[in-house]
Design a protein around this ligand. Structure first.
Ligand code: HEC
Ligand code: HEC
Length: 272
C-alpha cells in the first residue's frame, strides 16, 4: 500500500511537472489575426510610404498591371503630365477633371466618361470603356487606396504629389490588399477563391464577376475540355479564342501550385 501511495504521489509529481512546463516553459504562440482584419495606419504614414503603398496596390489588389502593361491593350500611365494635358484638351473630353490627380480619379471611378480612342469596348465605337470601375466588383478599392495609387502614379511620372494622405475613418486600407501571391501564402482551397484573388473577373464573366475583355466563361465547361482549360492558364497565347486579342497575362502558372491549378480547372469545367 505504501508503495502504491508512493507511485500515486510520484505520478502526480510528474504530471504537475509537465503541466508546469506546458504553462510556463513553452512560449505561448499568439495566433496571427486574419490579415484582412488588419488596417494599415495612415495617420502616422509619411508620403514616401504612402507612395509605396500605392505602388503595391497598383500591382496587387488594384490589378492595374493586368491591363496597363506593354501588351498595349490599355494606355501606359508613365508620362502623365503630357498625357493628361492632351486628354483634357481633347474636344471630345466631357468630364470634369482639372488636373492630373482629378483626371486619374475620374478615370478610375468612371472609366466611360472619356474613352481613349481605339481602346473602347468592342462594338461601342469608343463610347464605353472595358475598364471596370475600380470601386466595384472584382477590384473594390477604397477612396484611400485610390488616392495612394494616384500618389504613386504622379511620383512615377516625376511629378510633385498633389494628393494628401487621407485621415480618419474614411481611410480603410487593408493590409492583405497589398500582399502579392507569393510562396509563403496559404494554399487556396477552391476555384472560386482563386478566380477572386487572381482577378480573372476583371476580364471575364465568371461567378459574380462581369469582366468584358475576355470570353464569357459562365458556360466554359460545356465548350472546352480540361486539357484546353489547363493550357489556357499555363500558356494563354497558345491558342487565341476567335474574336479576341491576346491579352491574357501569362503569369498565372507562376502564381499557382499544381494542385491549385487543378482546382481552378475543376471549377471552370463545372461551369455549364
Ligand atoms: C481590365 C483591364 C483594365 C484594368 C484592370 C485597369 N484598366 Fe485602366 N484602362 C483600361 C483601358 C482599356 C483603358 C483605355 C480606355 C479608357 O479610356 O477607359 C484604361 C484607361 C485608364 C486611364 C486613362 C488613361 C488615358 O490614357 O487617358 C487611367 C488613368 C487608368 N486606366 C488607370 C487605371 C488604374 C489606376 C487601374 C488599377 C486600379 C486600372 N486602370 C485598371 C483597362 C484597364
Ligand atoms: C487582362 C485580361 C484577362 C485576365 C486578367 C484573365 N484573362 Fe483569361 N482571357 C483573356 C482574353 C482576352 C482571352 C481570349 C484570348 C486568348 O484566348 O488568349 C482569354 C482567354 C481565357 C480562356 C480561354 C477561353 C476559351 O474560349 O477557350 C480561359 C479558360 C481563361 N481566359 C481563363 C482565365 C482565368 C481562370 C483567369 C484568372 C486566373 C483569367 N483568364 C484572367 C483575358 C484575361
Amino acid at each position: 500500500m505504501k508503495q502504491f501511495l508512493y507511485i500515486v504521489a510520484f505520478s502526480v509529481f510528474v504530471v504537475s511537472l509537465f503541466a508546469g512546463y506546458a504553462n510556463f516553459g513553452i512560449p505561448e504562440i499568439q495566433p496571427a489575426p486574419p490579415p484582412s482584419q488588419e488596417a494599415v495606419d495612415l495617420s502616422s504614414m509619411d508620403m514616401d510610404t504612402f507612395i509605396s503603398l500605392g505602388e503595391k496596390l497598383y500591382t496587387t489588389k488594384g490589378t492595374c498591371t493586368l491591363c496597363h502593361n506593354e501588351l498595349g491593350r490599355a494606355p501606359m500611365l508613365d508620362n502623365l503630365d503630357g498625357l493628361v494635358a492632351q486628354r483634357l484638351g481633347d474636344d471630345g473630353y466631357g468630364g470634369s477633371a482639372k488636373d492630373v490627380a482629378s483626371y486619374l480619379i475620374e478615370s478610375m471611378n468612371e472609366p466611360s466618361i472619356y474613352v481613349v480612342k481605339g481602346f473602347g469596348k468592342v462594338g461601342t465605337n469608343d463610347q464605353e470603356s472595358p475598364m471596370p470601375d475600380v470601386r466595384s466588383g472584382s477590384i473594390g478599392l477604397s477612396d484611400a487606396e485610390t488616392l495612394a495609387i494616384v500618389a504613386y502614379l504622379e511620383d512615377a511620372s516625376g511629378l510633385e504629389v498633389s494628393v494628401e494622405i487621407p485621415q480618419g475613418e474614411s481611410a480603410p486600407v487593408e493590409e492583405a490588399a497589398t500582399e502579392s501571391a507569393g510562396s509563403e501564402r496559404a494554399h487556396y482551397t477552391t476555384g472560386e477563391e482563386i478566380v477572386a484573388v487572381l482577378g480573372c473577373g476583371a476580364c471575364h464573366k465568371i461567378g459574380e464577376f462581369q469582366g468584358e475583355l475576355g470570353p464569357d466563361l459562365q458556360e466554359i465547361g460545356s465548350l472546352r475540355d480540361r486539357e484546353h482549360l489547363r493550357r489556357s492558364i499555363l500558356d494563354p497565347n497558345a491558342d487565341i479564342t476567335e474574336g479576341f486579342v491576346p491579352m491574357m497575362p501569362p503569369v498565372y502558372a507562376d502564381q499557382l501550385y499544381a494542385s491549385e491549378l487543378e482546382l481552378l480547372v475543376d471549377y471552370m469545367a463545372s461551369l455549364k
